[in-house]
Design a protein around this ligand. Structure first.
Ligand SMILES: Nc1ncnc2c1ncn2[C@@H]1O[C@H](COP(=O)(O)OP(=O)(O)O)[C@@H](O)[C@H]1O
Ligand SMILES: [Mg+2]
Length: 305
């Protein structure tokens, strides 16, 4: 499913003195199959944007007129499509959309509530039975939970435990399992590795790669970690003040490190090293993955410089 946004605007608390324009004309396209990154300063609109993708935040045009808050009537018409779902259209089946687009919020482990891991992961599945379809049987649920736990790298033994007895990283993986168990085509994660230690981060990124492709065709992640972005993403959108100011593959984006630094953003370690070497007259033309960086540095060394 392709994601297309054109001119998306969103105002929190419209028609009040506390109105905040969180999105101010966001336009971007995510192709099916991408591992797409979203970066940007705190408050630039990343979370507000991704919450639109499964209809958690609705476009004004998709709500009945009487449900639209005052202050929204001046918002220009926008386009938001996820595959065949037209999110600007009130006739869209938002329940079916939520099944196709899985959403992992920031710190999702705080939303675990069931007594066992198994029940927590199964919750989404029981909740998402489509209209007109039979409810999954207990055996089907058990099999789906087992598969989901397996793909997030947790062993089956954990299924009977309380989520509260697990480590932070394990709890987060349980929360992710609870979203992917419905096999959404698109998986959206808001800062999936935030607050974890380096090992926990690596495990999350590894599991996202396992999920991407066979399990969820398209993955969209919001991240602050530029190394993570450089290593993993097909393309990256840079948000600033509620707009997309750049959208490019990491290899292109990080070439222009100065403009990211000017936005107050970090750059990957490989880009920092490239800049430091440039100051000494050594130019390294890499794609900013660590592997490519090292390979190119070694190639120069081999060349006798
Ligand atoms: N629930 C809310 N109510 C009011 N303002 C909000 C709310 N959520 C976010 N905002 C504001 O909207 C803007 C964009 O926020 P957000 O989408 O959370 O950005 P990011 O995820 O990039 O940090 C910020 O100015 C933020 O303070
Ligand atoms: Mg955010």
């Amino acid at each position: 499913m392709r994601i297309v946004a054109e001119d998306l605007t969103y105002i929190y608390n419209p028609a009040s003195p506390f109105a905040v324009k969180a999105l101010n004309g966001v336009s971007l396209t995510v192709e099916e199959g991408e591992f797409f990154g979203i970066i940007g300063h705190t408050g630039s609109g990343k979370s507000t944007f991704v919450q639109h993708l499964n209809g958690l935040i609705r476009l004004p045009s998709s709500l009945k007129k009487r449900k639209r808050p005052r202050g929204w009537k001046n918002i220009p018409p926008a386009v938001l499509k996820v595959g065949d779902f037209d999110l600007a259209d009130p006739k869209t089946d938002f329940r079916a959309l939520r099944k196709s687009v899985g959403m992992v919020f920031q710190y999702p482990e705080y939303q675990l509530f069931a007594e066992t891991v198994k029940e927590d992961v199964a919750f989404g599945l029981k909740n998402f039975t489509e209209k007109g379809k039979a409810k999954p049987t207990d055996e089907e649920i058990a099999a789906a939970v087992k598969d989901a736990l397996h793909v997030v790298g947790l062993d089956e033994g954990i299924a009977e435990q309380s989520p509260f007895d697990l480590s932070g990283g394990q709890r987060r993986r349980v929360a992710i399992a609870g979203v992917i168990v419905t096999r959404p085509e698109v998986l959206v994660l808001d800062e999936p590795a935030a607050g974890l230690d380096p090992l926990g981060k690596r495990e999350i990124m590894e599991l996202l790669h396992r999920i991407h492709g066979d399990w969820c065709k398209t993955v969209v992640i919001v991240s602050h970690d530029m190394d993570e972005i450089a290593e993993n993403c097909t393309r990256v959108a840079v948000f600033s003040e509620g707009r997309v100011v750049r959208c490019a593959p990491p290899a292109e984006l990080f070439k222009d490190a100065a403009s990211l630094l000017a936005l107050g953003l970090d750059i990957p370690l490989t880009a920092k090293l490239t800049l430091a070497l440039e100051k000494r007259g050594i130019s390294i033309d890499c794609d900013y993955t660590m592997k490519d960086f090292v390979r190119r540095v070694l190639a120069r060394k081999g060349g006798g410089q």
